[in-house]
Design a protein around this ligand. Structure first.
Ligand SMILES: C[S@@+](CC[C@H](N)C(=O)[O-])C[C@H]1O[C@@H](n2cnc3c(N)ncnc32)[C@H](O)[C@@H]1O
Length: 281
């Protein structure tokens, strides 16, 4: 693992995280598709899914580009890549390939897969930059494997710790603080989108689109309300283990979370997700 990556994916690779990533992909799939479409994704394209996890986005991309295209997913978490490879086999998707490796060394990883010199048309990177130690190195690495006119699509957080509730849930304050600190302590940045457009320009991309993704308001009972809930299930017990949150703080919040989830007039302010399209200059 290089200096750009965390020691271990902070959320782990267990079946619950795999299930959470699948649900998360479904809830955010429309936003992903809109961005790919805006970036000019076409059938036959050669696409790189940077930090693909178990490949939920990769398989949508593989269906879009079709067998005349190519999708390559790269992730440092071996269990996720094993899962993706199994899926590719069982779906008979011979044009979807998956490799274990650091997204700051994509050139080496695709070379090792026998796909050096492909010159990708599009690279997609969702919720990965917030976990890496050196986003500039990752942008440079992506630029190095894109072909002429290749395009990078990123979706990631800006202002993660602005997450909260109306009416206020005071027991959430220590939790959201600890979430931000945990991401930073593993080398990531929960505000990474603040720096990415400038960094992209510095490493030779032309940023052509930048916006905040509009999502439906998260109201109790909605899918958007369940999105962070699946995250609490996976990560809050881990935060208690790691000492970032005290057992009593966790218990208080889970009690208040159950209560606000029964309040039909409640709203949750979700962590804002921004998106960027940047083209190789
Ligand atoms: C929140 S998941 C997102 C997965 C996928 N992009 C998606 O949107 O469903 C973050 C992924 O980034 C991967 N990751 C984090 N740092 C990495 C690095 N330096 N190199 C490769 N993968 C990395 C993790 O293993 C994990 O699968």
């Amino acid at each position: 693992m290089s200096g750009s990556s965390s020691a271990e994916y902070v959320l782990g690779t267990n079946p619950r995280e795999l299930d959470r990533l699948g649900f998360q992909h479904r809830v955010w799939a429309n936003a992903a598709f809109s961005l790919w479409d805006r970036a000019g994704l076409v059938r036959g394209a050669k696409v790189l899914d940077v930090g693909c996890g178990p490949g939920f986005g990769s398989f949508d991309l593989a269906q879009i580009v079709g067998v005349e295209g190519l999708v390559v997913g790269v992730d440092e978490s071996e269990p996720f890549i094993e899962h993706a490879r199994g899926q590719a086999r069982s779906r008979g998707m011979d044009h979807a390939h998956f490799g274990v490796g650091d997204v700051a060394r994509l050139g080496e990883v695709v070379e090792g897969m026998g796909l050096g010199g492909v010159g990708f048309d599009l690279a997609y990177c969702r919720w990965v930059m917030c976990f890496v130690r050196d986003p500039r190195a990752v942008l440079e690495s992506i630029r190095g494997v894109l072909g002429e006119g290749g395009v990078l699509c990123v979706q990631d957080y800006l202002g993660y710790v602005s997450m909260g509730f109306a009416p206020d849930v005071p027991s959430f304050a220590p939790i959201v603080r600890a979430l931000g600190e945990a991401i930073r302590s593993f080398g990531g940045d929960p505000d990474v989108m603040r720096m990415l457009p400038n960094l992209a320009a510095e490493v030779g991309f032309e940023v052509s689109f930048l916006d905040r993704i509009q999502t439906p308001a998260a109201r109790p009972g909605s899918l958007m309300w369940s999105w962070p809930a699946t995250f609490w299930d996976v990560f809050l017990p881990r935060l208690v283990e790691l000492g970032g949150v005290r057992e009593a703080e966790y218990r208080d919040f889970m009690r208040d979370w159950a209560e606000i989830s029964r309040n039909p007039s409640a709203i949750m302010h979700l962590p804002p997700v921004y998106e960027m399209i940047a083209r190789v200059q």
